[in-house]
Design a binder for this molecule. Structure first.
Ligand code: CMC
Length: 428
């Protein structure tokens, strides 16, 4: 017999079904609550609200578990490539043999961008933040590929729309960067792997070819895998809710890019480095900033600390910390800002305020450090996160459409004025 909870309200008892996930996660199914009781639930920030049932990612924030389609993140980060993981997340299984070959080749084949995009790009002021440019360019893809507006009719159409987006996002991201620094764009080179191709488009110039260092492209591969999917976070929920109106895949992903931009979400990796630079400029006193973070009258927060769901440790942070140490020593980086990061981390991990509130360094504390060591400019950090998160957004959008989920439309508890009559303001 399936489990039920009881809600006692207004002298009546209502039965609320309990839903169980494959990892024994339990949820109250309140989909009929309002119809039966007249009540809605109030849960600002959706901290206790499951918006969907999803088969893509399992995450246990208390135990620090993260698995894509059942595979532990530690194994994927160690053994896999970003394109394999992307296929796994989107299609449910790791690609093997011909499937993997075709996926890689199809993505390589679609990296070029329509030449008219250059006109759009030139319209942006040259110092525009690359996240704003990227989200606009991704929406613009819809105009160039109208068949992508609703690719749900057939799997070949869906596959092609997904391949195009996976292939073109690194090109668009690199072009957004070139626009920002006022350099000519660099075209993709399809005999390179996904990460190397991106790095070359970022750092080559017509005057000088970028020398691809395998340490750098391997580190990037790992970072993209770690960011590839994270279930119903702010940007992914945005993608699902925008897509639930049957807005196109590209428009939905563009909204996800905008949601990711904020400093409390994907923008945190940029905020971490900016914070460290500010601390350095202010004399490098980590303790002073720790005190500021604890002061309730000070809005300062320690960027890169705390997480909405990981309350003991962020498993991605563990992997990435190790990767950060390797990259820094292999590349021989000696950066004073990184010394401040280390001091801050050590002090916060011992501090009662942070320990009590279970505030540990999150993935973005270290990803910012690695990106800096790889030579990626600070305001491209969130773009890097977007490149990594793309498969997650695509998979969640596809799952939502395939399951014919209803349009997202939360309710609210109104706290404004009661009805009042219009007063002619000109007679006042
Ligand atoms: N520095 C100082 N105090 C903090 C911090 C911080 N970074 N994060 C949370 N707190 C305090 C907060 O003031 C509150 O204290 P109190 O209980 O005394 O009022 C308590 O910890 C709980 O905070 P919360 O805001 O209710 O926690 P949340 O789960 O809603 O927020 C968070 C999670 C990530 C938004 C928040 O920890 C934060 O702002 N961190 C800094 C930004 C950051 O690094 N974001 C990246 C997240 S990882 C990337 C991703 O997956 O998107």
């Amino acid at each position: 017999m399936s489990e039920k909870a009881e809600l006692h309200y207004n002298g009546q008892v209502f039965e609320v079904p309990v839903v169980k996930g494959t990892e024994d996660e339990l949820a109250l199914d309140i989909s009929k609550l309002r119809a039966q009781t007249g009540l809605i639930t109030l849960d600002p920030g959706f901290k206790n609200t499951g918006s969907t049932q999803s088969a893509i990612t399992f995450l246990d924030g208390e135990k620090g578990i993260l698995r894509y389609r059942g595979f532990p993140i530690e194994q994927l980060a160690e053994k896999s490539t970003f394109l394999e993981v992307a296929y796994l997340i989107i299609y449910g299984e790791l690609p093997i043999g011909e499937e993997l070959k075709r996926w890689r080749e199809d993505i390589a084949h679609h990296t070029l961008i329509h030449e008219d995009f250059k006109v759009i790009l030139e319209g942006f002021p040259s110092n525009s933040h690359p996240m704003g440019v990227l989200s606009s360019l991704v929406t613009s893809l819809t105009a160039f590929y109208p068949e992508s507006i609703d690719p749900t009719h057939s799997s070949p159409e869906m596959y092609k729309s997904i391949v195009r987006l996976m292939a073109k996002l690194p090109t668009l991201a690199a072009w957004a960067y070139k626009n920002e620094i006022g350099q000519p764009i660099i075209y993709p080179k399809n005999n390179l792997d996904y990460c190397s191709n991106f790095l070359r488009m970022m750092f080559s110039t017509p005057a000088e070819e970028y020398d691809i260092d395998p340490v750098v492209s391997n580190a990037l591969n790992k970072l993209l895998i770690l960011h590839a999917e994270h279930e119903q976070n702010c940007s992914t929920s945005t993608v699902r809710i925008v897509g639930s109106s049957h807005a196109s895949l590209y428009a939905s992903v563009s909204s996800g890019i905008n949601a990711l931009w904020g400093p409390l979400h994907g923008g945190a990796n940029q905020a971490v480095i900016e914070m460290l630079e500010n601390i350095k400029a202010d004399g490098g006193d980590a303790d002073k900033y720790l005190a500021k973070a604890k002061d309730k009258n000070d809005s300062f927060r320690l960027m890169g600390f705390g997480h909405r769901v990981y309350k003991n440790f962020d498993p991605r942070a563990r992997i990435i910390k190790k990767a950060a140490d390797e990259v820094l020593s292999k590349l021989g980086v000696n950066d004073p800002v990184l010394g401040i990061a280390q001091k801050l981390e050590e002090a916060a991990l011992k501090d009662e305020y942070f320990v009590e509130r279970k505030l540990y360094p999150n993935v973005d504390f270290y990803s910012g450090i690695i990106y800096r060591a790889l030579g990626i400019p600070t305001n491209m950090f969130t773009v890097m996160f977007a490149l990594g998160r793309l498969p997650g957004w695509v998979a969640q959008w596809k799952e939502m459409r395939t399951n014919s989920e209803p349009i997202g439309r939360p309710r609210q508890v109104y706290t404004g004025y009661n009805e009042r009559d219009y007063v002619d303001v000109s007679k006042r």
